[in-house]
Ligand binder design. Structure first.
Ligand code: AMP
Ligand code: ZN
Ligand code: FE
Ligand code: FE
Length: 279
């Protein structure tokens, strides 16, 4: 395996705009050798991606992105090589997606009380059958003329701490790391950026995280070096990618631009092999 890998992407199964096969095809034309599919709280796009990967001759890593909460902060965790048919994982994902739906209803209610007559049906038109999230609400608000832009919808209404913000179901990093591990996968701290303290990183490492997303559009060269240092000090793995949403947030040129070497994927496979042998 050689070439470039993008290990962080979203499809219509969460808040991306492309189907899994469209995304895989696009990844191939963008010069990638491997793509990781990491929808929020869903692995429903994985089977189609694997089939498309065979058709277009590109490696597909089954993955997921999940939200956790530590010290009131929202922390995202990526899971790779999870068994996407694992019963316990699938059951938990159904619960999390239901909770997302209820939260979207609460956000719409808050918007209504702010005199914005948005209906949940308009949001569902954008979410389709995927995990419903705030990007779908932002798009529905723009479509119905309740916000000037996607960014404004977040900035004025639904962004963290804004008047129509609502939290998602809260799980600890430990719970999610355990869920991913029991589904046979490896867990990575997603885009830690500059909002996590060193103490919190240590807590997440002690909870059993396997690696850190070092490469991400929100990381500058300093953050990259900083997290690479932590990866090396604690014998962790490294991952990275573009967090591509299919053009949703003006990210259309990003696919193929923010990548890691496919050796990062080989390192994951070696770690999984070793874990199996030492079980
Ligand atoms: P959710 O999973 O429903 O909480 O939605 C999270 C998504 O909303 C992520 O993909 C973020 O990129 C996006 N998001 C969160 N805050 C903002 C913001 N202030 N501006 C634009 N997008 C945001
Ligand atoms: Zn997203
Ligand atoms: Fe994220
Ligand atoms: Fe993401």
């Amino acid at each position: 395996m050689h070439g470039k890998a993008d290990l962080h992407t979203h499809t219509i199964h969460s808040d991306g705009t492309l189907s899994s096969s469209e995304l895989v095809k696009k990844a191939k034309s963008a010069g990638l050798s491997v793509i990781g599919i990491t929808d929020h709280d869903s692995v429903n796009g994985v089977d189609e991606a694997i089939a498309a990967g065979k058709e277009y001759d590109i490696g597909v890593v089954p993955g997921i992105e999940m939200s956790t909460c530590l010290n009131e902060k929202e922390i995202h965790i990526l899971g790779y090589f999870v068994d996407h048919h694992n019963e316990q994982l699938l059951q938990s994902l159904v619960i999390l997606r239901n909770e997302r739906y209820k939260r979207a209803e609460r956000i719409v209610k808050k918007l209504n009380s702010l005199n914005i007559p948005l209906k949940i049906e308009a949001v569902l038109d954008h979410a389709g059958n995927g995990s419903i999230g705030r990007p779908h609400i932002a798009n529905a608000m723009v479509e119905k003329g309740h916000a000037d832009s996607y960014q404004q919808a977040f900035g004025k209404y639904i962004g963290n701490g804004r008047p129509a913000y609502e939290k998602k179901l809260q799980c600890s990093p430990l719970e999610i790391i355990k869920l991913i591990s029991e589904a046979g996968g490896l867990s990575f701290l997603a885009h830690p950026g500059n909002y996590i303290t060193e103490g919190e990183i240590t807590q997440i490492i002690e909870a059993g995280i396997d690696g850190i997303e070092v490469i991400h559009p929100s990381h500058d060269a300093n953050l990259l070096q900083y997290y690479r240092g932590i990866v090396n000090n604690y014998y962790l793995l490294e991952c990275g990618g573009s967090d591509y949403h299919g053009g949703l947030k003006g990210d259309d040129g990003l696919l193929g631009q923010i990548t890691v070497s496919s050796q990062a994927v080989e390192a994951m496979q070696r770690r999984l092999y070793r874990n199996k042998k030492t079980q």
